[in-house]
Design a protein around this ligand. Sequence first.
Ligand SMILES: [Zn+2]
Length: 201
Amino acid sequence: MRSVVDRMLGQGVLTRGLVLKCSRCRHTAFHPLDEVGRDFGCVRCLFRQPLLSGAWCDTPPNEPAWFYRLDELVYQALTENVVVPALALAELGAEAAQARHGWSFELWRGPNRQLELDFACLVDGRLSVGEAKVNGKFDGNAPSAVAEVRKTLPGATLLAADHVVFATTHPPHRRPVRNNGTRSIGSESPRQRPPTVTRVA
Ligand SMILES: [Zn+2]
């Protein structure tokens, strides 16, 4: 656990600090270590005060305890379910010489929005487009998998994608999406070589 915390501190994912209570307005807040010395300033009333025992709360009686704040960007990524596409893009580009990616595309034809794609990735000259789902959205049965492929097919066709990726944290099913999906795309796509379909879990 300590090594994980150290790694996250080094990466800036976590910030170490103290949780302190203002002696004037009683506001309690996290204060990064860089901003605390012999005294500290309240983030609400701006009153500066010495760092004494009355300022720390619900911590061991003799000395204040460390607290850790999660980086705001990481927090927003977690709450907005960016983890799944981020892991999928990392997997796609892991062994690539060149990889570029983008997030959350809307495809429009004239005034009409065709559909949304969660991510797209250009890996060594091959274009992958993808859908990302959190746990349980891809339930693994064939009709559901084919439905997901059919929904994504127009976007893949518009972009002439080489590869369609369905990313989920759900464990892989013993009947891969690849088989059903490729057959489904091949029957409808005008491309001579339909995009391959892969599920990343
Ligand atoms: Zn205050």
